[in-house]
Design a protein around this ligand. Sequence first.
Ligand code: TSB
Ligand code: ZN
Length: 641
Amino acid sequence: MQLTFPDGKKKTYDAPITPLAIAKAISSSLAKKTVAAFLDDTLYDLNRPIDRDGAIRLITESDDEAFEILNHSSAHLMAQAIKRLYPNAQFGVGPAIEEGFYYDVALDESLKEDDLLKIENQMRKLVKENHEMIRQEVSREAALTFFKDDFYKTTLIEAIPEGDAITLYRQGDFVDLCRGGHIGFTGKIKHFKLLSLAGAYFRGDSSGPMMQRIYGTAWFSKDALDAHLSMLEERKERDHRKLGKELKMFMLNSEVGQGLATWLPNGYAVRKVLEDYVYDQERKAGYLHVSTPVLGTKHLYETSGHWDHYQENMFPPMEKDDETFVLRPMSCPHHMKIFQSDLRSYRDLPLRYAEIVTQHRYEASGALTGLERVRAMTLTDAHIFVRPDQIKEEVINAYELIETAIADLGLEIAYIEFATRDDSKSKFHDNDRLWNLAETILEDVLKDAEIPYKKVPGEAAFYGPKIDFQVKTVLGHMITMSTIQLDFLLPERFDLNYINASGEKERPVVIHRGYISTFERLMSILLEQYKGAFPTWLAPVQAIVIPVNQAVHGEHAKALKQHLIDLGYRVNVDQRDEKLGYKIRDAQTQKIPYQLVIGDQEMAEDQVTYRQYGSSDQHTVSTAEFEALLAADVARKSRPQ
Ligand code: TSB
Ligand code: ZN
C-alpha cells in the first residue's frame, strides 16, 4: 500500500495504518495535534486503519475541518454520558454545527439547566476513561436488528439511501449510528461546555415527536473555549431584543401580533433621524419622492407576477364589495403605475421614484427574530426607470449612495452577494431571454466597476437578479442590508413605454433599490453594533441637562434644555430631587451621549460642564463652545473622529 503526502513524497506500508500511527511516525507533537485524515476525498477517523493507496492529508487542530470533527465526536461523548445517566434515553440526530454541536434526545423526564452540569461531569469521567471510538461497517439488516427497539434510529436507518454504507461507532458500552469523521478516543476531547436546551421535532417534522435538544461546544484549548464563552456572553448582552427593551426602543407584543413591531418614542426618534437622512441623500441624488397605499387590488399583483411567484409570502386576500385586495409585500407594482400615469420621453429618464414603504410579508413564525425579520416592515425603497444605455451608470450611482450610507452608519460591507436564478421553476419568471440579459448586464457592471462579489444561484428575486450587500454585525452575524435588483420583467408585464429619440416606443428597464434596508432590520443591526450606545447624530436623547441643585439651578437647566431643543437637538432635563451622582449614573444607564451639569459657576458664567457617555472626564466650556462641539459631533455621523 502506498500513500502520497501533500509534499509529493510517497511512502509504502506493508500493513494497514491509522492516521494516528502515520503522525506518530513523523513526530509525537504532530501526533498530539492530529485529529483525523483525508485519503483522497474520504475522511478517516484518527484510529481507522487505511488499507488502500491514495493521497493522504493529515488534519490537525489548526485545520478548518478539525473543529467539526471534534464537535461531532463531542456529540457522541455527550450521548454516551446521557445514556449512562438515563439508561432509557433514545437519540435522534446529533451533528456538529457552526459553533459546536447538539444532540436530540428522547427522555421520559424533561431536562433542566442543572442537569446539563450533571451530564457535563459524566462526560469528564468518560474522557478520563479514554474510550476508543471504533468504527464498524454493518449491513442494513444488522443495523436494524441492533436498533430494533429504537424508533428514532430505525427511522434514520431506513432513510439511508440503498447502497450507501452503514456504519456504527462503539465507545465503551455505547453504540451509535454514524457516518463518522471522529477523533478516535474520548480522551482527546478536553475543553467543552454544554450550553442550552431547546425543543426540536424529530427530523424537523412538526407532525412527528418532539425531542429535547442539548447544545454544546468543544474547543482544542482552554483559551479558545473561554474566548468563545465570553463571546457568547457578549452576544447575549448585545442582543437587540434585550437592548431594545432596556432602552425602551420598541415593543413586540403578542396581542398586537407576532412579528409586528411597535416603535416606542426612543426608537422612533432614531428612526426619524434615519428617515430624514434617507430623504435628504435621495433628494440630492435626484430621486423624486412619492407615497402609495399599503393595499392594492389582487389584480395589480397578478399583473406584476407577485401573485404567481411570491404568494406564499403574502397575507391572504380581502374581499369587500366587488373588489379583492391584498396587503402589499412590495411596492414595485405601485411605482410601475406611477410611471404609466403619464407619457414619458427618453429625456425624462432616469426617473427615480423613492418611497419609505410600509409593506407586509407573511414570514413563518419560526423565522421571526426580534426586529431582524418581521411581518410588517418599512423599507427605504426606490424604483429607478432607465433606458438600457443608462443601466450601468445608475447601478453604480445606487451602489455609491449605499456605500456612503453604510459608512455614515458606522457599518461595514462584509461582501456583496450576486444572486442569480437556478432551475427551480416556480420561484422565477420563465423568460430565459430576459433572465440571461439581466444577469449578464448586472455581472458586467460588477466586473467593470471592480466590485468583488460572491455568486449565489437561486437567491434572485422572481423578477430578476440582484446584488445584496451583506453587513457583518460585531458578533460576526451576516445580514442582508441593502440591495440593487435589475428587472426587465415588470416593465413588460405592465407594458411600460417611453418615446425614444426617433419617436418610437421603447421599453424602460427597472432597478429596484433597497437603500438601508427596512427600519426594523436596520435598527436590529445598529442596536447590536453600538450596544445601544448610539453615536450622537442617532441617539434618541443626545444630551441631558442635570442641575446640581434643583431648587437653585432648576430653572436655568430647563431654559438651557429648551434652547438646545430649539436649535434642533433632542435634549432632556433631569429635574428630580436626587443626588447629582445618582442622576449622572442614571444618564449613563440610558447611554445618553452628553450629560450637562449646571451649578453656580455654570449659571453665572453661561457655561456647561459636560461629560460624555462612557467617560468620567469633565470639561467646563461656554454654552456657545458646547453648541459648536455638539454640531460637529452630529455632522460627522458615525464616522471616526
Ligand atoms: C428593493 N422590491 C424590492 C425593493 O424595490 C424588494 O422588496 N426587495 S427585497 O425583497 O429584497 O427586500 C428589500 C430588503 O428588505 C431586504 O434587502 C432586507 O434588508 C429587508 N427585509 C426583507 N425581508 C424582511 C423582513 N421580514 N423583516 C425585515 N426586513 C426585511
Ligand atoms: Zn421593488
